[in-house]
Ligand binder design. Structure first.
Ligand code: SAM
Length: 287
């Protein structure tokens, strides 16, 4: 078992879903800027599935939906994107974005869990999942489910964050370093739980994937007008960070902000605008 099971995965799932429901408003507000910065990742993933007219593409943990929506235009005529997320409020954000782009004819949106893909076996041509598999208690099952719904020869392309040291934008880790919260037990789902490419490979093998496996790092840059703006964005988009920060005393809150500001100062220009490095792993395989 390459991934340690959680003691109570259902409690984790319910709490996680609740937080993502609550975060959907923040993700909707940040969508355009986030997508502008993360577009290289979307493009890598969409290129890797080689979308064709007539294909049915499934996006898992789609959030605001941008990666799948990029592929959707390429599925006309006759194809379909099924854009899904575990949080109903996120599905609504993706549905609204699809409408804004005039893609309703080619996009279906619905709630769906990454670990229980509610679709028949061998009916999907390709699956996209950007920053989703590392958030679930049983990523091997999620990858097995992904393979089950794909037609033989179908493709999966996904992204998971690389190690924390390559992602200084994730300021919340300072809470642990300053001793304000315990580090999560090993195996706990989270942004960096699949940061080791060997673990990703092991999970893929365990889930039955053997063909055309590619796992590689991809670097890009987050931009923000100021440190305050970046911190506010982190709080709006991560309810767990918001909850932890809300529980700090004023003195500890200042300590945290000083540490975060010091970290981010390394990425500021003379006007205080930030360019923060980010690294993801991108992966693809054939069913
Ligand atoms: C980090 S966001 C990524 C959103 C989007 N894929 C992107 O790249 O912008 C993670 C998304 O995964 C969804 N999610 C988390 N756990 C999930 C689960 N078990 N099943 C389905 N979706 C889940 C969240 O609701 C959220 O929209």
């Amino acid at each position: 078992m390459p991934f340690e099971p959680l003691e109570d995965p259902d409690t984790f799932r319910a709490a996680s879903r609740g937080r993502w429901e609550e975060a959907a408003g923040g993700w909707a507000a940040a969508r355009a800027a986030f997508q502008a910065d993360t577009a290289p990742v979307s493009h890598w993933l969409v290129d890797a599935i080689i979308p064709q007219p007539g294909h049915t593409v499934l996006e898992l943990a789609a959030g605001p939906g941008d990666t799948g929506l990029l592929a959707a235009e390429l599925l006309r005529p006759g194809g379909k994107l099924i854009s899904t997320d575990g949080a109903i409020a996120m599905v609504e954000v993706a549905r609204a974005r699809a409408a804004e782009l005039g893609l309703e004819d080619v996009v279906e949106t619905k709630p769906m869990e990454v670990e229980w893909i509610d679709l028949p076996t061998a009916t999907i041509d390709a699956v996209l999942c950007r920053w989703g598999y590392m958030l679930v208690p049983d990523p091997e099952t999620a990858l097995r489910e992904t393979r089950r719904v794909l037609k033989p020869g179908g493709r999966v392309a996904f992204a998971v964050w690389a190690a924390a040291e390559h992602n200084p934008w994730m300021t919340g880790r300072r809470l642990v370093e300053l001793g304000f919260t315990e580090p999560p037990p090993p195996g706990t789902p989270g942004p960096f739980s699949l940061a080791d490419p060997d673990l990703v490979l092991e999970l893929l093998y365990g889930a039955g994937w053997t063909d055309d496996i590619v796992i590689e790092p991809l670097d890009f840059t987050f931009h923000a007008p100021s440190t305050d703006a970046w911190w506010a964005l982190q709080l709006d988009c991560s309810i767990s960070l918001k909850e932890l920060v809300a529980g700090l005393s004023p003195a500890d809150h200042y300590k945290l902000r000083d540490a975060v500001d010091a970290d981010l100062a390394a990425f500021a220009d003379a006007e205080g605008r930030l360019r923060i490095p980010a690294r993801t792993l991108v992966a693809s395989a054939t069913a």
